[in-house]
Design a protein around this ligand. Structure first.
Ligand code: SAM
Length: 646
């Protein structure tokens, strides 16, 4: 029986669900919808930090999942669907996005963060309406929305959590629980659409179908329109031309480097299934496939006619290798554009063409043109139609936020540090691996005093800029209201300290760093007048530590030898009375040390120390009398852990 008459509008249409979730299947099937199932190959690797709100991440993932299938089907399955439905469900708690747990420990981490608290479940949904064009290109229109449901968990004991985890239920579910089965026992209340928590907001979906089929006349592939849901909210319908190589507007959804690789490979390696698998994710419109590849499809027909595509890549993923091979080119393009001040020029004068930009940055027109095109392909710049034959250029949102030298979250100085200091060090990576030593000494060109000062200042600028980007995540990771005095050990320019006092009005922070650093840190404090941050020159391995009830260690421990690390921790421990806190912030490796790449790549250029997982840090600190109270994997540059002196 079809409960919602709108569903019947879809009869006779080829509707595709770009998801293999049995729960979504069941919800839609129970609603009377006839559809095929073609699970999306889109890997859920969007950078969460690029999204202002969690639901935007879920919606973008849903869009990419649906689009990947919409683009693949005419090529691979030789049929164009009328509608592709994509969905992505996430759980958010304390500012963290929880997806599916990767292992039991991860499930435990997720479920214990939900215990006794209210959290939100967001499902982003994308509806792609497809239109086949004569030239085999795909035109489509996109409708997307999301639904939020609040769920409160009861207080859960460790035994209960492990019993639930060992049932196996959490593993394929966002947030690590399934509300429709055993997980329902963990739940105290649900505010909102229950089915949204299960995996698909059926009610909202039907309302959208109602708008599409009963209240709109937008289905015109030749135009781009905005239509409005009568009930209130505006629905933006995007129409895109997949034949366009350069994205018209920046989207955080696709790794810019990905796009470069996709384009580069598109005309070189279409005969490989594996390559095509990767390439077809976002730019399938550019790729022409051999029909023989469709023989790799294995299609299962289920009882009610749904077709389940079980295609899996049979070989390795060449797109990944291309991405890695070209990674250094992309980094260097970013460093060069940054060094030339390209993003500053385009901030002041958006819309300049290549020739005008070349003049501004005092570089050749040919070289500038090439760099500009590379930056567009990387998602750092976008083109602007000026009405002239030559396009104008402007910054993408990412470039405006992070790459201008004068923006609040500018990473300009850190990027220069990567270019001037880390890049040469990485050129010696072979020796570093062979010898097991840091190569920093090999690349220091001069030990003249002024050179040392310049290098030191450059390093401080780099630390300052990246600390400013990470500071909010670190300062807001935990409730620090019980602490009144803090000491930021190795606090450099005070970027973290100033953020801490901004978030915690009762806190004052003493920044301890080497005398040369403290001496040179004055220019970084000019805009700060707050006397709650003070600076103390000293060596944290020898000199007396300022008295505090919270010690802060941001990006310090990973860089110390075991010997120095234990000296420092012993000294901090000695300075602490029971109840004192220790706020540690580092990149925490996954427990199986398989990621994140940022941490593992950083290790390749580290002088003395090593990268660790949260559990490893926790054990280290336990050895010095600190009990780990909370761990937070942030979506920012650094993770955080709060410990208490026992
Ligand atoms: C990687 S930076 C981190 C700076 C800052 N905590 C941040 O995350 O932005 C390491 C800092 O530790 C300081 N440092 C290194 N050895 C030190 C020592 N023995 N005594 C005091 N400070 C030291 C350095 O000068 C530098 O500012």
């Amino acid at each position: 029986m079809v409960l919602n008459p709108v569903i019947s509008k879809l009869s006779g249409k080829l509707v595709v669900l770009a998801s293999s979730s049995p729960r979504r299947l069941e919800i839609l099937r129970n609603a009377g919808l006839r559809f095929e199932v073609v699970p999306s190959w889109f890997k859920e690797t969007l950078k969460k930090g690029l999204f202002k709100a969690p639901h935007e991440y879920a919606v973008e993932t849903a869009k990419q999942k649906a689009l990947e299938v919409a683009r693949r089907m005419p090529i691979k399955h030789l049929k164009t669907p009328d509608m592709v439905i994509g969905a992505d469900t996430i759980v958010t708690v304390d500012g963290m996005i929880l997806e599916k747990p990767v292992d039991k420990q991860d499930a435990y981490r997720m479920l214990s963060s939900l215990s006794g608290k209210e959290h939100s479940v967001f499902t982003g949904v994308a509806i792609v309406l497809c239109h086949e064009k004569d030239d085999d290109e795909l035109d489509y229109q996109m409708i997307d929305f999301y639904e939020e449901t609040k769920v409160k968990f009861a207080d859960l004991s460790q035994d209960m959590l492990w019993e639930y985890i060992n049932s196996g239920e959490p593993m394929d579910k966002a947030g690590g629980y399934g509300i429709q089965a055993l997980g329902g026992m963990l739940v105290e209340y649900v505010h909102g659409d229950f089915l949204n928590v299960v995996g698909f907001p059926l009610n909202h979906f039907c309302k959208q179908l109602d708008v599409i089929y009963n209240h709109c006349s937008f289905v015109n592939p030749e135009t781009t329109e905005s239509v409005y849901d009568r009930h209130s909210s505006p629905i933006l319908i995007e129409q895109k031309d997949t034949s366009t190589s350069i994205p018209r507007h920046s989207s955080p959804s696709a790794s810019p480097l990905h796009k470069v690789c996709q384009r580069r490979c598109a005309y070189k390696c279409c005969s490989s299934f594996a390559k095509v698998n990767r390439l077809s994710k976002q730019d399938a419109g550019e790729i022409k496939l051999h029909n023989s590849e469709t023989t790799m499809l294995s299609v299962m027909r289920s009882g009610d006619g749904a077709v389940i595509d079980q295609t899996e890549p049979k070989k390795g993923d060449l797109g990944l290798i291309c991405e890695l091979m070209d990674g250094f080119k992309a980094s260097k393009a970013l460093f060069t554009a940054s060094k030339f001040g390209l993003f500053d020029v385009l901030h002041k004068k958006p819309g300049l063409d290549a020739e005008q930009i070349a003049q501004e940055i005092k570089a050749s027109v040919k070289g500038t043109e090439t760099l500009l095109e590379a930056c567009v392909s990387l998602g750092l710049l976008k083109t602007r139609d000026t009405g002239c034959p030559k396009p104008g250029f402007e910054n993408t949102d990412e470039a405006s936020c992070f790459l201008r030298s004068d923006s609040h979250f500018s990473l300009h100085a850190y990027i220069q540090h990567c270019n001037d200091t880390l890049w040469p060090v990485f050129a010696h990576l072979e020796s570093a691996v062979r010898e097991g030593t840091s190569q920093h000494g090999k690349v220091k060109s001069s030990t003249e005093i002024c050179q040392v000062i310049i290098l030191q200042l450059r390093f401080m600028h780099a630390m300052h800029s990246s600390a400013k980007v990470a500071a909010t995540a670190v300062a807001t990771a935990f409730d620090l209201s019980s602490y009144k005095t803090a000491c930021d050990v190795g606090g450099c320019t005070g970027a973290i300290a100033y953020e801490l006092i901004k978030i915690h009005p009762d806190l004052s922070v003493a920044v301890l760093d080497l005398p040369a650093v403290v001496e040179m840190s004055a220019p970084f404090q000019r805009q700060h007048t707050d006397k709650r941050v003070t600076f103390k020159a000293g060596d944290f391995l020898k000199d007396e530590l300022p008295k505090a009830d919270l010690y802060v260690l941001v990006r310090i421990l990973h860089d110390l030898t075991d010997e120095k690390l234990h000296i420092l921790l012993r000294r901090i421990s000695d300075a602490c009375t029971p109840g004192c806190g220790l706020l540690l912030s580092e990149i925490f490796l996954d427990e199986n040390r398989s990621g994140p790449s940022r941490g593992l790549l950083q290790a390749l250029s580290m002088s003395e120390g090593k990268q660790r997982s949260a559990a490893e840090y926790s054990r280290l600190l336990k050895g010095h009398g600190f009990i780990t109270a909370q761990v937070k994997h942030t979506n920012s540059l650094l993770d955080a852990m709060l410990c208490t002196k026992a």
